[in-house]
Design a protein around this ligand. Structure first.
Ligand code: SF4
Length: 412
């Protein structure tokens, strides 16, 4: 959108005409970082320099024109439903106008406003299939800042994927807050499982991933895709958040430890080499030592290859923010340390057996070291190996010779 207005990317913020900060408010830490970053960006505007500072994303949605009042050097605040207004807002800001737009848009209108995501990679692209969330997990701010769930028209999704395939894209990542509930509420769109099958029929697209999945909506139909859609990646992100049923109930997650494990078992039956990644929140209000031990034991049962783990932070307006935050910070940090130590062990133990195996790697660009190229294997791990740019865009068979915490080293 900005390119259409004549803007181009730069690595030099001091000399730029515009800085747009895309923000996240899912945790308190991420939100505080936005304010620190904005305070730092302010220096570029000194001496009356004409530069537009814009804030988009969830913090923009949450704070609205309060951001303009608090921070006089911010020019634009663009809410999560208002990205289509970006061009006219930027044109106004070029004339000195300060503006905030955070109105939620009706679903009928929203259906025509899904922006195509132009990533940097020519080979792997995100494709939005749904936005927003109706789950209202007690700790989560997403339904308040992204709005209610809406599924994009399948015809629009498929047209975008076909277009990407024509441009040479080989992998698509179907994106949404909870892709598993795609189509459920429309009554006329395919289910997410059927959408995956339709995407898999598109020539040129050789690998399909999706994120993120709510375990309660992981249907048997979707699980069966891992058995009969070979283009579907063997890695799945399935956030458990806790291994304790009492904490899961307080979180309002809508599943139990047992039902979560049951879905994992079914997924493994469909795709024996599947690998799991997940999210865990540590120190949720009321989490006892016993609850925490149950989370560790869940991790032992699943053995995630990667895990995003966080200390709970209350988010304004959510149900959990009203619960007494009863765990001392030191206890939460000690739990997080133990959990991360266990995860490091699991990552190490799960990665080692890949040594000696051959993986099909979609080469996306330069590798970690000179003379190397890099890409992702089907299981989502980054693989570096010796090669040159002629391999970019190809699926190359690579033998794994070494495993690191965040990547694998291989040879052709
Ligand atoms: S399903 Fe995910 S996005 Fe939706 S409320 Fe729960 S944690 Fe937030």
């Amino acid at each position: 959108m900005l390119a259409d207005l004549g803007y181009a990317p730069t690595n030099n913020p001091a000399a730029s005409d515009m800085i747009l900060l895309n923000t996240c408010s899912v945790r308190g830490g991420a939100e505080e970082k936005v304010y620190r970053r904005l305070a730092n960006l302010r220096i570029y505007k000194r001496d009356g320099k004409k530069q537009i500072i814009a804030v988009g994303g969830c913090v923009a949605q949450q704070e609205g024109d309060g951001l303009l009042r608090k921070l006089p050097y911010v020019d634009l605040v663009i809410g999560t439903h208002n990205l289509h207004l970006l061009p006219e807002m930027v044109r106004g800001a070029e004339q000195g106008e300060r503006r905030s737009e955070t109105t939620f848009i009706d679903n009928d209108q929203r259906l025509d406003l899904f922006p195509a995501i132009k990533g940097e990679s020519r080979l792997s692209r995100f494709v939005t299939v749904m936005q927003g969330c109706d789950n209202f997990c007690s700790y989560c701010i997403v339904p308040y800042v992204r709005g209610r769930e809406i599924s994009r028209r399948s015809a629009d999704v498929l047209a975008e994927v076909r277009q990407l395939a024509n441009e040479g894209v080989r992998e698509v990542i179907l994106l949404g807050q909870n892709v598993n509930s795609y189509g459920l509420k429309t009554g006329h769109e395919p289910s997410f499982a059927d959408l995956i099958r339709l995407v898999a029929e598109i020539d040129g697209i050789d690998r399909i991933r999706f994120t993120t999945s709510h375990p309660k909506d992981m249907s048997d139909e979707l699980i069966s895709c891992f058995g009969d859609v070979p283009k579907l990646s063997s890695q799945i992100h399935l956030p458990a958040q806790s291994g304790s049923n009492s904490v899961l109930t307080l979180m309002g997650r809508g599943y139990t430890r047992e039902s979560y494990l049951d879905k994992v078992r079914k997924l493994r039956a469909m795709r024996p080499d599947i690998v799991f990644t997940g999210d865990i929140i540590v120190g949720f209000p009321g989490e006892t030592d016993v609850d925490f031990e149950q989370t560790l034991s869940l991790m032992e049962e699943i053995r995630y290859i990667d895990l995003f783990s966080f200390v709970y932070s209350p988010r304004p307006g959510t149900k959990a923010a009203e619960l007494p935050d009863d765990q001392p910070r030191a206890v939460k940090m000690a739990r997080l340390d133990r959990l991360m130590e266990l995860q490091r062990r699991h990552t190490r133990e799960l990665s080692q057996p890949y040594i000696g195996s051959t993986m099909s790697v979609l080469v996306e660009g330069e590798g970690k070291l000179p003379g190397q190229v890099s890409g992702k294997a089907d299981i989502g791990r980054i693989v570096n190996f010796s090669g040159d740019s002629s391999l970019v865009g190809l699926f190359v068979d690579v033998k794994i010779i070494k495993a690191y915490p965040n990547s694998l080293l291989g040879e052709r």
